[in-house]
Design a protein around this ligand. Structure first.
Ligand code: ADP
Ligand code: MG
Length: 176
C-alpha cells in the first residue's frame, strides 16, 4: 500500500479501534527516533495516540552476540485504519526512519510491531495479531502494563496458564 492510499481521503470510514504498537530501536539515536515515531504515529491518517508508555532499555534478545541494547516503548492508538492499512503505515514509518533488513534480527533504527488490534485475531502471511511473541517479552509487557494493565495480563496469561498456582487462605476456594 502506498502513501496515496493511506491518505485520509482515500480511506473507507470505519469505527475507530484501539490498537497497541510496540516501538523498538537499537541503532542510531534510539531515544530521538522513538520520540519522532510517537509524533509520526499521531500524524498518521485517521489515527490518534491515546497513551504512550515511558521508554525502557532492554538487552537485545534473539540477536547476534554484542548487539546493542534496545530502547522500547508501547503506544495505544485509536485508529480508523484497518489492520493491514495500519501495518502498512507502520512499515512506512520504519522506512522513513532508515530501517534496513540486511539479515534476520539485525540491529534496527526503528521497529514498529502491531501488538493488538482491538480484540482482532489475524493470521495471514504478512500479519499475525495478537503479536505471537508479545506474551513472552518483558520489553513489551512492562510498557504495555503501564498504559493498559488488563491487556498486558491477558497477553501474559497463555504463557503462565500451564503453571498451576492456587491462592491460599481464601474463603472462596476453601484452601488454607
Ligand atoms: P521482527 O519485528 O519480527 O524482528 P520485522 O520487523 O522485519 O521483524 O518484520 C518481519 C515481518 O513480520 C513483516 O514483514 C510483517 O509482514 C510481519 N508481521 C507479522 N505480524 C506482524 C505484526 N503483528 N506486526 C508487525 N509485523 C508483523
Ligand atoms: Mg517488526
Amino acid at each position: 500500500m502506498g502513501q496515496a492510499e493511506l491518505r485520509a481521503g482515500a480511506l473507507e470510514p470505519r469505527s475507530p479501534v484501539h490498537a497497541f504498537v510496540g516501538l523498538g530501536a537499537n541503532l542510531g539515536d534510539a531515544v530521538a527516533t522513538l520520540n519522532w515515531a510517537f509524533a509520526a504515529l499521531a500524524d498518521t491518517p485517521l489515527t490518534q495516540v491515546l497513551a504512550r508508555s515511558g521508554l525502557y532499555q532492554s538487552e537485545a534478545i534473539d540477536c547476534e552476540p554484542g548487539a546493542p541494547p534496545f530502547v522500547n516503548a508501547v503506544a495505544c492508538l485509536s485508529t480508523g485504519l484497518n489492520a493491514p492499512q495500519l501495518l502498512a503505515a507502520l512499515q512506512q514509518l520504519e522506512q522513513a526512519a532508515g530501517r534496513q533488513r540486511p539479515y534476520r534480527n539485525a540491529p534496527r533504527t526503528l521497529d514498529l510491531d502491531l501488538l493488538l488490534y482491538g480484540e482482532g485475531r489475524i493470521e495471514s502471511a504478512s500479519l499475525c495479531v495478537p503479536h505471537p511473541r508479545m506474551g513472552q517479552r518483558a520489553f513489551v509487557l512492562q510498557p504495555l502494563a503501564e498504559i493498559a494493565p488488563q491487556w498486558a495480563a491477558a497477553a501474559a496469561a497463555p504463557a503462565l496458564a500451564p503453571q498451576v498456582l492456587r491462592r491460599m487462605n481464601d474463603p472462596a476456594t476453601g484452601l488454607t
